[in-house]
Design a protein around this ligand. Structure first.
Ligand code: C5P
Length: 300
């Protein structure tokens, strides 16, 4: 018997960041969208615990942390401990989400592991408990379970689905080198020492989603971490400029970066923008959203 769960990458259409809280985390108001770049995680029964990973040829397999304290091990430990079950399975991850790219690939893998192991071990964990375990694993993990388009508050772990009936087309340019999320937040603190405790609200993006008009959404996209990511990686400004010159409605850094995202008018335009970006960048992907959160794709 084996079971495969697919979990999506996220992008932040709005990322408002406030001054750090007492626990060191930053209060967020964010609008997440799950997009069609997905990791597939397969579990099979096994007398012990193993974790393996395969990557597309453009990704560096050594960049994927599968040994030591990685988030999939922690997901399995928390779920097993919650039920007093033993942590036994062979797990393999087929990655497509850029690693350390600001698209929550590790969070997607953790969410997929929770759904897959819950089924494999026959635990029947309630949605409420699964979301609580997800929140313990990382700020973005609950959203990877929920998917679609959602408003995120707290440190990002409190998610509430929002209406989003359009299909939005994105061009994604991953970077060869990743960026560390804590480092980007530290640079945010240095660049914005007077940040308000209350993050910028997401009204403009929520309104734009309801119009279904990519031009309106392009104008509303907002990322408070972008200046910090660009300060750490000034080369990203050239990528953003090239995408916008190539016909994208708007370019922005994805979450804490360094992946760059471009919103296109429609599917045809996204392929044109991707074609032009490909002249200068080896890896250029086209995707769309919103898509579903972590869900079973094969069972048997
Ligand atoms: O929650 P997660 O493990 O994904 O967070 C990784 C790091 O990102 C945290 O240790 C913290 O440095 C930073 N972070 C933050 N505020 C948030 C989310 C993450 O400062 N809301």
């Amino acid at each position: 018997m084996s079971l495969t769960v697919r979990a999506p990458a996220k992008i932040n259409l709005h990322l408002g960041v406030g001054a750090p809280r007492e626990d060191g985390f930053h209060p967020l108001v964010t609008v997440y969208q799950a997009v069609g770049l997905c990791d597939d995680l397969t579990v099979t029964p096994s007398p012990g615990w193993t974790l393996g990973v395969t990557v597309p040829e453009w990704m560096d397999v050594d960049a994927v942390p599968v040994t030591g304290d990685n988030i999939v091990d922690r997901a399995a430990q928390l779920l097993a401990r919650h039920h007093g079950a033993s942590q036994e399975a062979a797990v393999s991850i087929a990655k497509s989400i850029p690693v350390a790219g600001g698209m929550a690939g590790g969070s997607a893998d953790a969410a997929a592991a929770l759904v897959a192991l819950d089924r494999l071990w026959g635990l029947g964990t309630s949605d409420e408990d699964l979301l609580a375990i997800a929140a313990e694993l990382g700020s973005d993990v609950p959203f990877a379970l929920v998917g679609g388009t959602a408003l995120g508050t707290g440190r990002g772990e409190l998610v509430e689905s929002v209406p989003d009936t359009a299909t939005w087309w994105w061009v994604v340019v991953p970077s060869e080198r990743g960026l560390s999320t804590p480092e980007v937040y530290r640079r945010f603190d240095q660049l914005a020492p007077d940040a308000a405790p209350e993050p910028a609200g997401a009204e403009a993006v929520l309104l734009a989603l309801s119009t279904g008009d990519p031009g309106v959404l392009a104008a509303a996209l907002h990322n408070d971490l972008e200046p910090a990511a660009l300060d750490l990686r000034p080369d990203l400004a050239d990528v953003l400029e090239l995408g916008e010159r190539s016909g994208a409605l708007r370019g922005l850094v994805s979450g804490s970066g360094p992946t760059c995202l471009f919103l296109a008018e429609d599917a045809d335009a996204s392929r044109e923008v991707a074609g032009r970006l490909s002249e200068q960048h080896d890896v250029v992907l086209v995707t769309n959203g919103p898509v579903a959160g972590a869900h079973v794709v094969t069972y048997g």
